[in-house]
Write a protein that binds this ligand. Sequence first.
Ligand code: ADP
Ligand code: MG
Length: 612
Amino acid sequence: MKKFKAESVRLLELMVNSIYTNKEIFLRELISNASDAIDKRHFASLTDASLSADYEIKITTDKDNRLLVIEDNGIGMNEQELESNLGTIASSGTFKFKSENKSEEPLIGQFGVGFYSAFMVADEVSVLSRKVGESTAYKWTCSSLEGYEIAEADKDSAGTVITLKLKADDEDCRYSDFLEDWFIESLVRKYSDYIRYPIRAEIEDSVKNEAGEYEVKKVWRTLNSRTPIWKKPKEEIKEAAEEFYRSKFYDFTPPKKIMSFKLEGTVSFHALLFVPSSLPFNYYTNEYKRGVQLYSGGVMIMENCAELLPEYLGFIKGVVDSEDVSLNISREMLQKDRQLKAIATALEKKIVAEFKKWQTEDRQSYDEFFTTFGSGIKYGVYGNFGEKKELLKDLLEFYLDGKLMTLKECAAAVGEQEEIYYACGSDVESIQALPKVKMLNSEGKKVLLLTDKVDEFVIKTLGEYEGKKFKSVSASDFNTEKSEEIKKAGEDNKEIFDAVLTALDGCVEKVVAADLGEGSAALTAEGEVSLEMEKVLSAINRDKAPKAKKVLQINPSGKAFCVIKDLFASDKQAFDSAVLALYYQAAVLEGLSIDKPEKFASAIETLISKMG
Ligand code: ADP
Ligand code: MG
């Protein structure tokens, strides 16, 4: 028996037990080797046509003897190659081949360790191989990590047969699962679906016999689909892509959008991406796994590679295939390298460009998309201190004039207005009911209606659009033409305004006169934290959220003020109640909840009783 080199034994133990987190990948590694071997034979046949064959990889099982067999008709190995490729760990014949030949085909092997992953599931491995163009076959056998044997053997055609004797089942793993047809099929589909050569297995299936009856029989079936659909021309793939989406991501509603990209240059990749039709039910939980599937050379490397998509595009599903990523030795992880970053950056630009195209070419569909996934894009705008705002701002849409508009359209719609006014609330109707908005609309001015909780953060991050500043209609310094006149009315009635502030007993910081058109009162905020922000922040942390400095604006030429003024002189109790009612109605219009219902109720009761 030949011994593995001393350092190799340790390395081998280390390998088998610690490099891979998932035992099942041994099949991926052996199939990848078989595919590399066929590629090499194919390459040789380009100069010697007699070497060509009907290439295939076959998987068979022998349950009684716990044997799993993987066979290929690739290039094969002679005695010396068995010795150097399998006798020395971390020696990759494939890597050598790549450096010596300029083969077109991307070969998978590179580290010279994948083969040994077989020892994670088997205690005995044999490799029977005959090299193309040679007449003698050899068998390499290894039944302990101590060493191996090579002997002459019989094999009538070129290629390699790898036989694994699976370990006995234990608490850790049911190794016998690897003998089950369904499991083999699922592993091939998962990891090796896009190996170019057919991977065939003898699978039990019920087939019709001559008498027309069904019987269970072993039949040969090709398990892999071979050509990745993302490499097919765009026009051909719609249906196939939908089917692919359904089976890969278990979503039975067709995707809202299919995007397919191909990039060749400093980094090359193919990508097939999907926007789901609705938000995944667990999107906002830890359970949701962001990221796309990453393939390299037709082999699945990672199921959820989060680094490839920016966080704000976390709802996108799909596949990226690139030969350019540097894999670490287990091929389960990527080295966090420049290529990966470069792919991610290129991908993000492509997606954003595709979204813009979508917006111009099929607006209705884009609007629907934006209604569902817009918060993601918005997060992209305000996240990271607005780092991406220039890239993303034209994807945004807000309500103006009763429909969703891009900021460009909004800027055009406000025309001469130097500022773009906005107002926040939970829905279009309630924002339109705000006194300021009503007033501005009646003057023919346009107001952007922000209905999403995060909208104000987005608007504040942007600051302006095409030179037009965004201005909140509820900002305390929001001035109108009549402002001066109103201010004066406020000063003339200072005593009453002070009494209102006292009656509100700490609910607001200030009471001021304001031009509200037909409206009586409005609640606004002064300083950094707006009312909208207070709502959002206190939803995140109720106790610690910063509070808005509330300001009650009262319209001194409004009807309500006349009543209050009268009550101030005649009935202190009714005055207090009317002030409270006025405050609460303004708060409710802003979408705030009534913080002290008992106060509100007794104010209303007092008022009603006074009416009698
Ligand atoms: P890698 O694939 O990264 O090179 P492996 O440990 O998987 O490393 O395989 C080691 C080497 O053994 C390969 O580079 C290849 O030269 C050889 N080899 C493995 N499997 C086969 C096979 N089925 N046919 C021919 N050569 C093989
Ligand atoms: Mg390999």
